[in-house]
Design a protein around this ligand. Structure first.
Ligand SMILES: Cc1ncc(COP(=O)(O)O)c(C=O)c1O
Length: 396
């Protein structure tokens, strides 16, 4: 068997290897990028504008979408556009990728970390209010693995304390909460990732959706040096002048048209990717039930889980520790990962925020037990069966 996600047979005797993730790229994405290369317009231009329109239409709810170079950039720009700056505090989760909290630091604000719900690994909504101070400006929840946070609880807290909400939606495209797609006005802004391993990809890339068009306008300037008009309009629109004005301390975080060309096609395939990922999760759930591990939580009835990650937790009864399990799986050709190494365990966060494991017992315990198994829409059943067999051999 092969490590090629297309399922093409490998030479006899070749070992099966399963990557942790693999982008699902068809001839249509290749043609779209080639078309862009031939068009003579490579940086942010008509394809970016079309990608933004398509993304906003996908979500609905009248939101505006602003394309950027990554989710990291999306988080920084979303917070900045909503007025987060020096001296402010932003409440977020300890159990996330560093970019979530670093977005606040780069604006001169301080992230305040909250522990997680031990079942969902999402921010513990019951602990948010205790973290609010007179300097708190925003709440920044992360929809871990693609399962939405309790947005009703988060919005209620934000409303009561006059706070903004920016969602780190890196894992949650497409996912719903209360029947509404994340980013469809579930908060002031949502930041999506199109990194190579995500549910749709442009290699690197991101998108911000805003409920308020004024905030979207600010973000459009912030993503490109703080310039008041986008580069395509300056060069392509008849009578557009060479003159521009800097209206804000902007970033260089625009998306290229080559990436957008790919994104337009990936977006059209997003529901079929989600369906395939959900199917693979169901196969994992069925096959792994009964082993000494805890399966990932399901979305509430009627809600959509983006199924970005399939993260299991080894139980105390497991005959093997987490690190050994990952090492043995790698020997069997299965590449697993860990989501996440919590922020309190990283030197920078530990020292700059004076945080430690005792403050985050749920996050610490999650980290010690969690293993993320390979999951990607191009995964074949033969590949998944190899993952399952390997896990069973180690855990049965
Ligand atoms: C929760 C979370 N937020 C933000 C990011 C950053 O995304 P990007 O690589 O698009 O900047 C990631 C990346 O994996 C992530 O997992």
């Amino acid at each position: 068997m092969s490590s090629d996600p297309s399922g093409a047979p490998a030479p006899a005797g070749a070992a099966l290897t399963v990557p942790f993730a693999h982008p699902d790229i068809s001839e249509e994405e290749i043609a779209a990028v080639t078309g862009c290369l031939r068009s003579g317009w490579l940086t942010s231009g008509p394809r970016c504008a079309a990608f933004e329109r398509d993304f906003a239409a996908f979500l609905g709810g009248g939101v505006e979408a602003v394309a950027v170079s990554s989710c990291t950039a999306a988080l920084e720009i979303a917070l900045a556009a909503l007025g987060v700056g020096p001296g402010d505090e932003v409440i977020t989760t300890d159990y996330t990728f560093s970019a979530t909290a670093m977005s606040a630091v780069h604006l001169g604000a301080k992230p305040v970390l909250v522990d997680i719900d031990p079942d969902t690994f999402n921010i513990d909504c019951g602990k948010i209010e205790a973290a609010i101070t007179s300097r708190t400006k925003a709440i920044l929840p992360v929809h871990y693995a693609g399962l939405a946070c309790d947005m009703t609880a988060i919005r209620d807290i934000a409303q009561e304390h006059g706070l903004k909400v920016v969602e780190d939606a890196a894992h949650s495209f497409p996912a719903t909460t209360d029947g509404i797609l994340i980013g469809q006005g579930t908060s002031e802004a949502a930041a999506f990732s199109f990194y190579a391993t995500k549910t749709i990809t442009t290699g690197e890339g991101g998108m911000i959706t805003f409920a308020d068009p004024a905030a979207a306008k600010k973000a459009r300037a912030l993503r490109l040096h703080g310039i008041d008009r986008d580069v395509f309009a300056r060069y392509q629109v008849p009578n557009a002048a060479w003159r521009y004005e800097i209206v804000a301390p902007g970033f260089k975080s625009n998306l290229t048209d080559m990436a957008a060309a790919m994104g337009i096609v990936q977006l059209k395939r997003a529901w079929s990717f989600q369906k395939r990922r959900a199917e693979l999760c169901r196969r994992y759930d069925e096959a792994l039930a009964g082993l000494p591990l805890r399966l990932p939580p399901q979305a509430p009835p009627g809600e959509i889980h983006a199924c970005h990650l399939y993260a299991v937790r080894l139980l105390d009864a497991a005959p093997i520790g987490r690190d050994d399990f990952i090492a043995q799986m790698a020997k069997a050709g299965v590449n697993c990962s860990v989501h996440f190494i919590p922020l309190h365990l990283h030197a920078y966060w530990r020292d700059s925020l004076s945080v430690s494991a005792e403050q985050y017992p749920a996050s610490q315990r999650a980290f010690e037990r969690v293993v993320t198994l390979p999951l990607f829409s191009a995964m074949t059943e033969a590949m998944q069966d190899h993952v399952i067999r390997s896990a069973k051999t180690l855990l049965a």
